[in-house]
Structures are given as C-alpha cells and as structure tokens.
Design a protein around this ligand. Structure first.
Ligand code: UDP
Ligand code: MG
Length: 314
C-alpha cells in the first residue's frame, strides 16, 4: 500500500492562477499515481483564506470536475500561516504525508516526487530550499537576507531560503498540534519539532499571474511576528542597553560633580538637549518592544481560535 499524499495550498484572491495551478498539479499527481509512487487516494486541498474574488467558486467547480481536488473555506481572511494550519490540521485525518505550497506556481512542482522520495527514505520533515533568488526583485532579496540575519542575531535558527514549501509526515503533524500558541510562525516552530529532516533544492519561479499578497507592510509584520514569537532576546537586549546607559550616566554625573566643585560652571545646553532626546528615544523604543510582548501575552491568554472553517468540500 502506498502512502496517501495531500497537497495543501492556501489561496487568497488567486482566481487568476487557480485553474492553471490545478491543471498542472493534477497532471503531476496523476503521473505519480500512475507510477505507483503514491496512493490513488491522494488529494489536492485548496484552502480559501477569505478571498474577495471568485477563488471559492473556482475551487467548487474544480472539485465537481475532479474528485482529487478538495477544498476548505475559512470564514474570513486569517493570513497565510493560519490558513496553512487549517489545511494541515484538516487533512492530517486521512493523509500520511502533506506537502504545503503556494498557489502561484512559484514553488517548482516538478520536484514534488523528490519530497516523497525523501519521505520514503525515512525523513519526517522535508524542506524545500530555493537554490537562488535570481527571480526575486532586488528589494525582496535584500529584505529577505536582512530578515534571516536579524533572526539569527536574535537566536532563532531558520532554514535558510526555505519558505513554506515543505513535506510533513503524520508524526510531525501530530507533534505540531501540541504547539498551542495563537500566533504561529511555522518556519520557526517546525525545526523545533525534531525528527529526521531532509531537503530538496529547487528553482523559485516568478509568480504565474496575479500579484504578491505580501506587500512591504505585511512583510514587516511577518518578520516582527517571527522574531517576537520565537525569541525574547529583544527584551534582554534592552536590559543590557539600559544597564549600559546607567553606567554612562553615572560617569557623566561624576564628571559634572568634579566640574562643579572645581568651580567650572556648565554652559551649553547642546549636550543636555542631545542626551534628553537620545535617552527619550531609547526609552520609547524600549517601551515599544516591551509593549509588543505584552500585547502578545494578551492575545495568547484570550486563546481565540486561529480560524473558523465555514465549509469543506471532500
Ligand atoms: N495567502 C493567503 N492568505 C493571505 C495572503 C496570502 O492564503 O492573507 C497565500 C497566497 O494565496 C499564496 C501564498 O499565501 O498562495 C503566498 O502568498 P504570495 O505568493 O502572495 O507571497 P510571496 O510569494 O509574494 O511572498
Ligand atoms: Mg508567491
């Protein structure tokens, strides 16, 4: 008996690419089934993340024509990570392995069988790693590099150049369920699960159609989410910084006292003004960072559901 594979694809306003993506994925899956590589019960699951266009209609249509295609409809837009979680949790019930990928055909689907091969070789988690970022804009490359550098500075080790193109087996999916946090950052959590891991390198393509759903604002939010949900180093850094400034201010105090008692009056307000601004700025920054974590604690304690599934097509 071959293992059941299920592809999970979060979709947000993807009507422009969906028919083509489905066509290519179905033909790839059929090929793998014909080669007796995966079970004929394997599925392709599109997760509609509260799209405002006709994405869900297209998914329903695809399901009617091709039973291999199934769908999950989330009640509103909850973001890529949560949509992915919804898909993983739902299909885990019947699939032995799950591969998550984007709807826009940027992840090369020709390497799907390599993921399965790695799974057959005993890997529980297989990461898709981009061999280059040539197809990305300079800006995207620059910000992505900065993101990885910053993450490692804050003590979070991510798999370099790996996005969310990955295979997970049933065991790791079950382990993932144990992570109850509401703010999920899968790329950071999955390496924590352990298990034997492997990787598949692929060439990242350009978006087939439509536009990126990750504008700068969302990218910054995503990076912040990643850092603050995985590391408390920023808070620790603030404490060190505070200690440093405390030492500096004592030195300045001693200096001022010496000048005072030796009869030299302190003149210029320049230095005074600068230090007020510098310390004020630093304090605001520090409060902001602490606030970010407090906000996170607040959201986590509310323990709200990550998503609500409105409908499923199976
Ligand atoms: N996506 C989603 N919900 C969102 C934003 C994006 O499900 O709120 C999906 C989107 O449909 C795509 C994947 O996440 O399948 C990656 O998004 P995109 O290709 O826009 O990101 P980029 O490749 O530009 O980083
Ligand atoms: Mg994309």
């Amino acid at each position: 008996m071959n293992d059941i594979l299920c592809l999970v694809i979060p979709c947000y306003n993807e009507e422009a690419v969906l028919p083509e993506t489905a066509k290519r994925l179905v033909s790839k899956m059929e090929k793998m089934i014909a080669e007796d590589f995966i079970s004929e019960d394997s599925k392709i699951c599109f997760v509609n993340d509260g799209s405002k266009d006709h994405t869900w209609k297209i998914i329903e249509e695809l399901h009617r024509k091709t039973p291999m295609i199934v769908g999950i409809k989330i009640s509103r837009n909850v973001g890529h990570q949560n949509a992915l979680m919804a898909g993983l949790k739902t299909v885990k019930e019947f699939a032995d392995m799950v591969i998550s990928l984007d709807a826009d055909l940027q992840d090369d689907i020709e390497v799907l069988d390599q993921f399965v091969q790695e799974f057959k070789n005993g890997c529980e988690v297989v990461y898709g790693v981009r061999n280059s970022r040539k197809k990305d804009s300079h800006f995207k490359r620059f910000t992505a590099e900065g993101f990885y550098k910053m993450m490692s500075l804050f003590g979070c080790e991510l798999v370099f150049n790996h996005a969310d193109y990955r295979l997970m087996g049933k065991k790791s999916l079950e382990a993932l369920e144990e992570y109850k946090e509401v703010n999920v950052f899968l790329r950071g959590i999955i390496p924590m699960l352990g298990f034997k891991t492997g990787s598949v390198t692929y060439g990242r393509k350009e978006r087939f159609a439509g536009e990126s759903k990750y504008p700068l604002k969302k990218m910054v939010a995503f990076a912040l989410e990643g850092i603050t949900s995985l590391s408390i180093k920023p808070i620790k850094m603030i404490i060190s910084l505070g200690a440093l400034f405390f030492v500096i201010s004592i030195c300045i105090l001693i200096y001022i006292l010496i000048r005072h008692f030796s009869g030299q009056t302190v003149s210029g307000w320049t230095s005074l003004a600068i230090s007020i601004w510098a310390i004020g700025g630093l304090q605001l920054l520090a409060i902001g960072v602490v606030g970010e974590y407090i906000g996170k604690v607040y959201l986590e304690t509310k323990n709200r559901p990550r998503y609500i599934i409105e409908k499923t097509l199976f």
